[in-house]
Design a protein around this ligand. Sequence first.
Ligand code: SAH
Length: 409
Amino acid sequence: MPDGPPDARTGDGLPTATIMLKPKRARPFFGRHPWVLDSAVLRVDGEPADGDVVDLATHDGTFVARGLWNASSRLRVRLYAFDPATRLDDAFWQTRIASAVALRTTLGLDDRAAAARLVNSEGDDLSGLIVDRYGEYLAVQVTALAMACRLEAICDSLESLVSPRGILLRGAERGLAKLEGLHLADRLVRGTAPDGPVFVHEHGLKFGVDLAEGQKTGYYLDQRDNRQAVAAAARGRRVLDMFCYSGGFSLACAKAGARSVLAVDSSAKATALAKANAGLNGAASVSVETADAFEKLDSLTAAGERFGMVILDPPKFARSRASLDDALRAYHRINRVAVGLLDPGGILVSCSCSGSVSREDFLQMLSGVSQRSGRSIQLLECRGAAADHPVSASCLEGEYLKCVIARVA
Ligand code: SAH
């Protein structure tokens, strides 16, 4: 299997074909939505290769947008420009990436000792590209074949804009990669690789990040500000951090003066990271356990344990709309048990990173938990991902993270 697609042969950034839409299917794209599904395509004029620049037009030939073609994906065209004068050449990608990097500077997230998401796919009008900075290193995650074809140009831009010590390529989630026909192996693409964990600062704490093998690109950057918001309520409390990964919430709570923190994750790799991070920050009040969350929640309940704060940050329960009901049942179940573990006046922090579970569905789920448990739940904050994970108003599918902070009577 080749290590990746060939570099695109689209030097001038001009289209090699025109993709005609079925009648009445152009509206979302006049509205700048970037995803053209196969079901919207009427006809292809030309013979584009995967990764080529193509124009999108209405059935009668009116220009709609310019994007990149992938015949192997249900997502046939990803759109990047809505003006026929725009060429999707190397200079174009450089400008888009520069704009994304400039936003992080505006947000004050350009500290070279910290970590930040520099490019957030559709949220930065760069569908299929994610770039995370961890100190002096970059982790690039490509979720679109067309972006994989432009990897060299993307790395050139990143090098000129942020001069990293190394750029590592991290594969997309297996399911996503298959949908796109992507065969990218994790590898070092530029510079040197770190010879161990990369240490980054976050709100006064230090975290070791495993860039080569960690989950996502190594760390859950999207929860950065939620950790701080949650920690503000943790002082003096006994905290349960369920699905702790490398200990982000746990350490933030310990630093804010939690009485004690129990951090649990089913992955031994994750708990090893959490232990190492607790040690790194001298957080003696944090204990870490490798266990299945569902079992652990039940055994804590059976043992009559009580907490002043329970944090639930599970992995994606809903992979698609079809599994929505199952996912909502699973959220209900863990939240119900968590509420049972809370002292009166305890704080529930309940997160969901399933994009297909809407904010409203999630709050309804909590309403159901309140009803079934007979406990009042006061919603204090309904938060989302940190600002370096912007969402495009034209592609609200990019809004996935919910983090509810609530007091339970
Ligand atoms: N709160 C973390 C991110 C959590 S991601 C942070 O702030 O960094 C979700 C975590 O759930 C992953 O670390 C994964 O290993 C863990 N996980 C998945 N299934 C689990 C299960 N059944 N029980 C416990 N942990 C689980």
